[in-house]
Design a protein around this ligand. Structure first.
Ligand code: BDR
Ligand code: CA
Length: 311
């Protein structure tokens, strides 16, 4: 079973990723770090706690992450896409008591699963960057990092060229892609293709009798309505964060290329992800190459998603 420490901002697609991870027989989520992003950090924490309580997995530690980016700038939330509380029309009950542990638990988990653990970040990179800043060499004990973010040679989703996660804290993302060992980036190039249609979601809802079943359709419908307003003619909604987790346990699902990645920090180009895609790119003396997902095998992704969500 692949041990995964998940950083995210649930959020609808983050929540679907958490559900997918909790149901997957080859994934062992060993901790969740919740940060600001789709909604506030307090709310993402509450949403993650709700999902864990539905699964009866309150044993999984919840770690409070960043409330704003490293730059200290104020943050914009996305209730129009993810709902006022981040779960579309669903409001997590007030009586959930999250199993919150100190941020140091990140390092305890990394040491416990030395060279085995994969860190997946499907939100702004702020909390993960803080782990690098505080943890130093401990971070070399992580086997690999998977980040959802960026848009390479395709349009962005917050500005013409920038994607939301990398735009949210580009200082943090640069730090992570430079210092992280074995970084894989899962950008909009592939996640925009990972479209779930209302028919598929309806099928999953009808076929599932897991504790998450009543949630799936209402949260997806809210998310899909938002996408319909922004992308005329779209037939479903993209499961950005699910693809990122799914890529780990389905290694042939994506085609990758390795490039040096940097993120633009300021001004109109803030958050744009830059890589040199020429066949022989210019390399600096000691470049850090990151693996970038370029092409998705949709059939494989969707079959696996349906299989797991109907368990
Ligand atoms: C990413 O931004 C967030 O809104 C989603 O949860 C996803 O992680 C897509 O750009
Ligand atoms: Ca997310």
């Amino acid at each position: 079973m692949q041990k995964i420490l998940l950083f995210g901002d649930p959020g609808i697609d983050d929540s679907l990723a958490i559900i997918y991870g909790l149901l997957h027989p080859n994934i062992d989520i060993v901790g969740i770090v919740t940060s600001y992003g789709n909604v506030s950090q307090e709310q993402t924490e509450q949403n993650a706690a709700y999902l864990l309580s539905l699964a009866g997995r309150e044993d999984i530690p919840l770690i409070s992450g960043a409330k704003y980016p490293l730059s200290g700038e104020s943050v914009t939330f996305y209730p129009e896409i993810h709902g006022p509380e981040g779960l579309g029309p669903i409001r997590p009950p007030d009586n959930i008591v999250p199993n919150i542990v100190n941020f140091d638990e990140v390092f305890t988990i990394i040491e416990r699963y030395e060279n085995e653990l994969i860190i997946v970040d499907v939100g702004r990179s702020s909390s993960l960057a803080i782990a690098f800043i505080l943890g130093g060499d401990i971070m070399n004990k992580v086997k690999a990092f998977y980040l959802m973010g960026g848009a390479f040679l395709v349009p962005g989703n917050v500005t013409a060229k920038a994607e939301a996660n990398f735009h949210g804290d580009p200082i943090a993302t640069n730090l992570v892609v430079e210092r992280g060992r074995n970084v894989t980036i899962i950008p909009l190039n592939v996640t925009n293709e990972a479209i779930a249609t209302p028919e598929v979601i309806n099928y999953i809802s009808r076929m599932s009798d897991n504790p998450f079943a009543p949630l799936i359709e209402p949260i997806f419908d809210y998310y899909f309505e938002a996408y319909k307003k922004n992308v005329p003619g779209i037939q479903g909604a993209p499961l950005h964060d699910v693809v990122t987790l799914s890529a780990i346990v389905n290694p042939t699902m994506l085609e990758y290329t390795s490039r040096r990645v940097t993120i633009e920090l300021f001004g109109k180009t803030k958050g744009e992800s830059i890589a040199d895609f020429r066949p022989t790119p210019d390399l600096e003396p000691f470049p850090t190459l990151d693996r970038i997902g370029m092409q998705l095998n949709y059939q494989l992704f969707m079959q696996d998603f349906v299989n797991i969500m109907t368990r």
